[in-house]
Ligand binder design. Structure first.
Ligand SMILES: Cc1cc2nc3c(=O)[nH]c(=O)nc-3n(C[C@H](O)[C@H](O)[C@H](O)COP(=O)(O)O)c2cc1C
Length: 137
């Protein structure tokens, strides 16, 4: 997705829960009275969210839901940081539905974060086989 978006002239910032490695949510950024006292990773990631013109959420599907690592990351930041910019959803899964059930959950979450998602989904079913094929590119 990063490559595709950049090929279209967009600047991208990838926020990957596996890379950010935030703890299990105990204290989101907006629960700090003085945000300058929050961990640097929260402050910097929040700034990236605030600076974005739009969001593309890329979600796998775990037990027909969004992976908890993804919601854990997103929940660390306030609605005010996401609000009033559009979002799109890309989903993938091992099964034949391509993660659409997780995508429907994601749509609800994005509504609550005031970054409503646009209609079409980009879905990749059988992602394990797909990633094997893409790996050879
Ligand atoms: C806990 C767990 C639950 C899963 N549930 C589903 C599921 O409901 N539907 C599906 O198609 N694949 C399911 N899968 C398979 C994932 O779609 C597949 O492993 C995918 O590649 C995970 O992506 P990730 O490695 O980026 O997290 C599940 C995998 C895990 C680990």
């Amino acid at each position: 997705m990063v490559k595709k978006l950049e090929a279209r002239g967009h600047q991208t910032t990838l926020l990957d829960p596996d890379v950010l490695d935030l703890p299990l949510l105990k204290k989101p950024l907006h629960f700090y009275k003085d945000r300058s006292q929050a961990p640097k990773v929260l402050q910097e990631t929040n700034q990236a969210i605030v600076d974005a013109d739009a969001f593309v959420i890329i979600s796998a599907e775990y037990n027909h839901c969004m992976p908890p690592a993804l919601t854990n990351m997103m929940d660390h930041f306030p609605i005010a940081s996401y609000k009033y910019r559009p979002s799109g959803i890309v989903c993938y899964s091992m099964g034949s539905f391509g993660g659409v059930r997780a995508a429907m959950q994601c749509r609800m979450l994005l509504g609550e974060l005031a970054t409503p998602s646009v209609g079409p989904l980009l879905q990749f079913p059988r992602s394990t086989r797909l990633s094997r094929r893409l790996g050879s590119l």
